[in-house]
Write a new protein. Sequence first.
Length: 208
Amino acid sequence: MDDAFTLLRQAADLLSEGAVAENGQTVGDVRREIQLQEWEMALDVLIEIADVHPVSITFWEMLSEAARQMMLDRSRRWCEWRGWEVKHGTIRATLTLVGTDEGGRQSAFSGDGRLRPLWDIGNRTADGQQDLNIARLWVEFAPQLGPGETADIRLAPLQPGQWQHVKPGDVITMHEGEPVAGIAEIIEVLSASRPARTAARPGRGTAV
């Protein structure tokens, strides 16, 4: 297995020389950070660039392994998430959690993709009963989400094929038991390999 330095350099080599992040950072900036042994900064810039330029699953796998070696757990999870989206597509929504006084959850949850709630996306069983679907959840621009709060999120369905009918404007509900735990409106659906809007990168308003 290559070390983090080599993986970051190899990932940079996969980008075109003209690739630029929304904040103006370039592949040249990545290489300078690597030369200065600023590994975490180089990783952040690579993620920034890849948010607006299509990249391969291999690219995200390299960054994920580099983040693992640097013990940047949230960055690793984000790179793994983005690699999943390259393969399966992107679903974004605005989620509002039900307040505690309305029967919602008692505490905030971490927004780094580990929570796997159930969702009512309109699917029904053969006899017409509600058929809930599991999808992991990533909170954008915040490290966590608490009762009564609202945030943009990304969803990674356990069975992506069951979500093919979902489109912007659809309202879906989140379930962690009874009653409903949250209400979300779909705001973006992108097919595999298409870049989604810039989201909350680790180190940009989130805790690593």
